[in-house]
Ligand binder design. Structure first.
Ligand code: ADP
Ligand code: ZN
Length: 287
């Protein structure tokens, strides 16, 4: 067995292969340009291998993941030049007609990777949230990626803005949704400095923790996952975790039992490899 994985991100594409026994054997990373530039490089990489039984394609979204839809396999509205309505799965299938494909979002793949081999290893369910340039989330329930008419868009959940926070919010669609208030660019614009330049005891982090905790409360109430895993650049601020747990406890107000919060709200274990690991695992599941 030889399977491939692709993590198609807004800034870079990571491609890898594995035989399923020896972990990631081969990988490359290339900048995300236009499909005309990026796809031939991707084919060139996978063409080196005789035959790939399956490829897991995990893409930045929004993407059409509904097999009943006419545009299944395409990237939907995106500001990324050239990728809007690009049928990325169709292009892959046309080039590799004898290969099976798994197709999902980058964050769903990361959630799957963390569930099988990372911070939620051994569990049946988890939610993965990445807090970086945007906020994205993936959900695994009963060991399966959760999907309805489309994939969840947890990063855009509506939350209560703190009365003392006058920042208008960065989301072009909703302004003060979770992403609009708590992603890296929101921190930078609200406080006038990039997150990594703010001291660990800056008030920015308490506000950030409260917003992320609200998201965790909503997630716990709605999906009851066994663990919530945070990735992305902003979650590298380790001081956030105790504050998120504290705020979660306060806002949940004892209403439902959750696992011990130190085990419930945690940092990624696979780091930047969560997405590509999940893509490879999803490919192997096709066989
Ligand atoms: P991307 O989301 O583009 O894949 P990142 O997850 O690194 O990449 O997110 C980038 C955003 O996160 C930027 O807004 C940046 O300011 C912020 N960020 C990155 N690293 C840190 C850090 N250590 N502390 C706080 N904010 C960070
Ligand atoms: Zn939004």
């Amino acid at each position: 067995m030889l399977v491939g994985g692709i993590e198609a991100g807004g800034t870079k594409f990571v491609c890898a292969v594995t035989d399923g026994k020896n972990g990631i054997q081969e990988r490359i990373s290339m900048p995300t340009e236009t499909p005309e530039q990026t796809m031939p490089r991707l084919f060139e990489y996978f063409d080196q291998f005789d035959h790939l039984d399956a490829i897991g394609l995990a893409s930045f979204g929004p993407i059409d993941v509904n097999p009943k839809s006419k545009t299944y396999g395409a990237i939907m509205d995106t500001p990324k030049a050239g990728w809007e309505h690009y049928d990325i799965l169709g292009a892959m299938k046309a080039h590799y007609p004898d290969t099976q494909f798994a197709f999902t979002t980058d964050v769903n793949a990361a959630a799957y990777g963390e569930l099988k081999m990372g911070a939620a290893d051994g569990l049946d369910s988890c939610v993965y949230l990445t807090v970086g340039t945007g906020i994205g989330g993936g959900v695994v329930e009963h060991g399966q990626i959760l999907q309805g008419y489309s994939h969840p868009e947890i990063g855009h959940m509506l939350i209560r803005q703190q009365p003392e926070d006058s920042y208008e919010g960065t989301c072009p669609y909703h302004r003060n949704c979770l992403e609009g208030l708590a992603a890296g660019p929101a921190i930078e614009r609200r406080w006038g400095k990039k997150g990594h330049l703010l001291p660990a005891d800056h008030q920015a982090w308490q506000m950030e923790a409260d917003y992320l905790a609200q998201a965790c409360v909503n997630i716990a109430l709605m999906l009851s996952p066994e663990r919530i895993v945070f990735g992305g650049g902003v979650s590298k601020q380790a001081q956030l975790f105790p504050m998120i747990r504290e705020s979660f406890k306060r806002q949940m107000a004892g209403y439902v039992q959750t696992p011990d919060l130190d085990d419930y709200i945690v940092h990624v274990a696979l780091g930047d490899d969560a997405g590509i690991t999940g893509a490879l695992l999803l490919a192997a599941d096709q066989l």
